[in-house]
Write a protein that binds this ligand. Structure first.
Ligand code: 5AD
Ligand code: SF4
Length: 452
């Protein structure tokens, strides 16, 4: 019987990408995916960026133990930021965990898993940081199937900005860039396998090439080289830091047709006092100036962001500054979170913590504002001519044709009904936006010249 595995992933796109790499590697080694209850191997890829996702990891470990209790061979591989944070200590509390993989340890997973299967008493832990980015064997698609239209490629790992609230510098280590050549080789492989869109990933992507590893290319130069690859229709990246947005990067938005006119640019707070104590190294005026420059370079640019509410010492006036900058930028969407203490961070030691009720109240007000901004932004799209990258059949059945789902250049999910046989995974089709839903759009026709 072939060995079975089940993957559970929390946190950022980088974790999703890491889990996908491990899954593809295991599939190529003859493993098969299974429901949790039947899995010999349960891979739990974890996030500790905020308190909530960290708690979810502990409840998941309990759920896994319960679901797999009848299977004595079953064991857990704990990867990601919680694994890095706790290392071997996790073995004491969770007997089912036999492999701990920190941020730089994933590359060792496939061989370690084979060893653990062969030696039942063994437990292994890989939590050392490496000095440079460790290249992983390229695993594009399991067993040579075509790639999905949308691919994700890591370009760097780690961060040394030490924003005062953030645990990432201690869980991901200092920044380590890949070489531009390695990034390009991976991008080429995805495109050759059929991908049309590439998202470049890293904790602070626009610090690419600024550390001692990698080669000499900076981030804007890397974008140029990736954009020039044959077959690439769309290029995106997450996550940039406002302080590292260079004039070259602003120019790239005006010049590179493949670069989508959407930027996720974490703001965190709108008050200079709070930004200072967050150690973000930019102020409100600088952020707004970047938005202005980017809009000048690319008038159809849309922005999304991350916001923390209830940072220690945040008063009502600070919070109002966050609300009013959100109105000023007109973010198309945002992720917002209540501040939570993270162990070992500078903000953990700050006075004037806010109580949970006040944080939740502010979060609700901010999210209500975002809902209004998002609704206005989506409504304005009605009548737009746009290009849709078809990513899959839509869940909604339709009698009049085939229901497809794709994304527009802003990354918004768009549903469309196409005459039977007209849709193809990975096709880019011209559409006209006809209706706005809460978080998605409908497109009515695949003709540019339809009038409404
Ligand atoms: N509390 C709340 N939110 C946090 N984030 C990071 N650290 C914390 C924290 N201690 C948020 C930031 C970041 C996103 C990934 O998580 O907004 O951009
Ligand atoms: Fe954390 Fe700041 Fe680094 Fe982002 S830039 S990972 S918020 S320390």
């Amino acid at each position: 019987m072939r060995p079975t595995f089940h993957t559970m992933t929390f946190g950022c796109q980088m974790n999703v990408n890491d889990s996908d790499w491990l899954a593809r590697t295991l599939l190529q080694r003859g493993f098969v995916q299974s429901p949790l209850e039947e899995a010999e191997l349960v891979i739990l890829n974890t996030c500790s960026v905020r308190e909530k996702p960290e708690q979810k990891v502990y409840s998941s470990l309990g759920r896994i133990a319960q679901a797999t209790r009848h299977n004595t061979k079953s064991f857990v591989v704990l990867a990601g930021c919680v694994a890095q944070q706790f290392g071997e200590r996790i073995f004491d509390s969770f007997p089912q965990v036999r492999l701990v993989l920190g941020s730089d340890g994933l590359v060792f997973a496939p061989d370690a898993i084979e060893r653990l299967r062969a030696e039942p008493g063994l437990r292994l832990c890989f939590v050392d940081f490496s000095d440079s980015y460790i290249e992983r064997p390229l695993k594009i698609t399991p067993n040579n199937q075509p790639a999905t239209p949308v691919a994700f490629v890591n370009i760097m790992q780690g961060c040394d900005n030490f924003c005062s609230y953030c645990i990432v510098p201690s869980t991901r280590g200092k920044p380590k860039s890949r070489s531009a050549e390695a990034v390009l080789t991976e991008c080429r492989a995805w495109l050759e396998a059929g991908a049309k869109e590439i998202t470049l990933l890293g904790q602070n992507v626009n610090a690419f090439g600024l550390d001692v590893t990698g080669d000499d290319a900076g981030f804007a130069e890397l974008l140029r080289r990736v954009a020039a690859l044959p077959g690439l229709a769309r290029l995106r990246f997450v996550t940039p830091h406002p302080k590292d947005v260079s004039p070259q990067l602003v120019r790239a938005f005006g010049e590179l047709e493949q670069l989508c006119p959407r930027l996720h640019l974490p703001l965190q707070a709108g008050s200079d006092r709070v930004l200072e104590r967050m150690r973000r190294k930019y102020n409100r005026a600088h952020y707004l100036e970047l938005i202005r420059q980017l809009r000048a370079a690319r008038p159809d640019m849309a922005f999304s962001t991350d916001i923390i509410v209830g940072f220690p010492g945040e008063d009502e006036e600070d919070f109002q500054d966050t609300l009013n900058i959100m109105e000023e930028v007109r973010f198309m969407s945002s992720f917002s979170f209540c501040y939570s203490d993270r162990p070992g961070t500078a903000a953990e030691r700050l006075p004037d913590k806010l109580d949970a009720k006040l944080k939740l109240e502010r979060l609700a007000r901010l999210q209500a504002l975002q809902e209004r901004l998002s609704a206005v932004w989506l409504q304005k799209r009605i009548g737009d001519h746009s290009l849709l990258l078809l990513e899959g059949a839509s869940r909604k059945a339709s009698s009049s044709g085939e229901a497809w789902q794709g994304r527009d250049p802003y990354g918004v999910p768009v549903n469309i009904t196409l005459p039977a046989g007209n849709g193809k995974l990975g096709a880019l089709i011209p559409v006209c936006i006809t209706e706005a839903k809460k978080h998605s759009l409908l497109a009515g026709s695949a003709q540019w010249d339809i009038k409404h």
